[in-house]
Write a new protein. Structure first.
Length: 371
């Protein structure tokens, strides 16, 4: 982000915060409040001319953009407080945002949103929640006591930094993986680490964490340790990074994708592998697993590869982890599945979609989770 864009973003946020404060004193339809919202819209639209999307992350009371704290004084502290109080750790503006969407955002941050405190992303204003609760069992209740509490906003920032080829963010993700390894050694139930989805925009991020944990559980059950274990975890963490380059309207579409949309979606392994190959510090294993995680064991998946292609075992572990977490997560277009149902599908498809021996190992891991 260049300095001009940063100043426009600051101007937009300043006007938005002032509009929210004004609405509390007067009314949302007061001429001064409407003018401030209009100014916020004008500045934000100008900022989005240079960048298709602008992401804000709240960490420890600060607002960061592209990993750098925004310096704006008191109004940014107030905005950070508003976001945190609403459980928002990540706020993303997309090009095409409307004045109506900004007005809805102002209403949410003022605490006057929809009944029951519920609110949802709009096409050009997207939220990620701060709290990641960890399931203590297959019923989705309880909390993990041994695993590190990870702020989703922090992971989002690191993940997006890797997509911009930043070595320091790769190091940050490696540190997170190391923390998971330590916690898994101290706790017998890896399933306790799996984070339930709280917001549609979090799916890529929570799913990536879950695939990382499941990869680690598989590898540890096989006796893998040391640097290779960490690389297998990083591969799980980054396997879907290609989805950062897929339009959000395709990623979040509630119904079935049409042929053109599916063609775009099928490119995400290749786009992700290219991104990681160009990012300093990313393990080669993560590049390979990102490219291969939708190939299937019999190579009938995507992208197309030459006959006789030999997949990495890490890729086939990632395929299992990816499949399992996708089915256990409730989405807008289907309910989540029980462990027993997913295990049945894995057994049915082993040897075709999944590596038979790794499937057996994965089912043994799952059986210990359910015990």
């Amino acid at each position: 982000m260049n300095e001009a864009t940063r100043q426009r973003l600051l101007g937009a946020l300043r006007s938005l915060v002032t509009a929210i404060s004004g609405a509390a004193l007067y009314a949302a339809r007061h001429p001064r409040v409407i003018l401030l919202r209009s100014e916020a819209f004008t500045e934000l639209s100008a900022a989005l001319e240079a960048d298709e999307a602008l992401s804000l992350v709240v960490i420890d009371g600060e607002i960061l953009v592209e990993g750098t704290p925004l310096d704006g004084g008191l109004f940014l502290q107030r905005l950070a407080g508003m976001l945190t109080s609403r459980g928002i750790g990540h706020l993303k503006f997309l090009r095409g945002v409307t004045e109506e969407e900004l007005a809805a955002l102002a209403s949410i941050l003022a605490g006057s949103g929809t009944a029951g405190g519920e609110f949802h992303s709009s096409p050009h204003v997207r939220f990620g929640r701060v709290e990641v609760r960890y399931s203590g069992g297959t019923d989705g209740t309880g909390h993990a006591s041994g695993l590190p509490a990870m702020e989703i906003g922090r992971f989002m920032e690191l993940y997006q930094g890797v997509a911009r080829h930043r070595r320091s963010h790769v190091t940050g993700l490696a540190d997170l993986v190391a923390g998971f390894i330590t916690a898994l050694r101290e706790q017998a139930s890896p399933l306790a680490a799996l984070a339930p989805l709280r917001d549609v925009d979090e799916y890529t991020f929570t799913h990536s964490v879950n695939v990382c944990v499941l990869n680690l559980a598989q590898a540890m059950a096989l006796g893998i340790d040391g640097p290779l274990l960490q690389e297998i975890g990083i591969a799980g963490m980054l396997h879907d990074i290609g989805k950062m380059f897929v339009p959000p309207e395709i990623l979040t579409k509630p119904g079935q994708l049409d042929d053109d949309e599916w063609a775009v979606m099928r490119r995400h392994p290749l786009m992700g592998a290219r991104c990681l190959a160009e990012t300093p510090g990313v393990p080669r294993l993560a590049v390979v697993a990102t490219f291969e995680h939708h190939l299937k064991h019999d190579l009938s998946g995507y992208p197309s590869v030459a006959a006789g292609w030999r997949q990495s075992l890490c890729s086939e572990m990632t395929t299992l982890s990816d499949f399992f977490d996708a089915l256990r997560t409730r989405r807008a277009y289907r309910d989540s599945m029980e462990l027993r149902q997913i295990a049945g599908i894995l057994l049915e498809k082993r040897g075709r979609d999944f590596h038979p021996l790794l499937t057996r190992n994965f089912l043994l891991v799952l059986s210990r989770l359910a015990a």
